[in-house]
Design a protein around this ligand. Sequence first.
Ligand code: 6GU
Length: 228
Amino acid sequence: MRIDIITVLPELLDSPFAHSILKRGRQKGIIEVNVIPLREFATNKYKSVDDYAFGGAAGMVMMCEPIANCIDHLKLQRNYDEVIYLTPDGELFSQAMANQLSLKGNLIMLCGHYKGVDERIRQHYITKEISIGDYVLSGGELAAAVVSDAILRLVPGVMNDETSALTDSFQDGLLSPPVYTRPAEFRGIRVPEILLSGHEKNINEWKHQQSLERTAHRRPDLFAKYHS
Ligand code: 6GU
């Protein structure tokens, strides 16, 4: 899978894909992440990527030409399954969406900035709009990093057995159970005895029960969906 991220702040995306699971996935050649500086596609002598909003609204708007030129340039080299725009008024991101997108081959992500992009780009180039939650970030870059991370770790071969996605919170609609490591006693607090019992069936039942209780207590909204 390949993700091309278009941004006015490429430096913001240097680190998120350079460590741990995603670093190894890139080294293995299973996933590819490219950060494309939008300013390289600016057309005027000032290299502008934004301009004043028509109608006199406060704040700048990302211009059509640099974005159109950039996406056209990318599309000449390969086909894309989705051209995604990261924006607070997009569809709310979820594990289900991450699962679907992890099956795609090539994705473009366009990071919004300022007051957002000219509506004509949204109408003519964008195939999917994603928000990562009901709060406002200063730009789409951190959202693109969040969405990309959630997608890329699901691509087969990126994770090994120890990091398997199958036992993640949300993958079965429930939160994960609590986990413990050595020592078996820490400041007088013991690990639940069942986890030391070696009885796999009972342990799995205990974990499932803990997941149910956690979800019911912390996320009644998820718990209601799980039972319906
Ligand atoms: Cl995708 N962008 C911005 N700027 N803020 C957000 C967001 C995206 N998702 C939630 N808040």
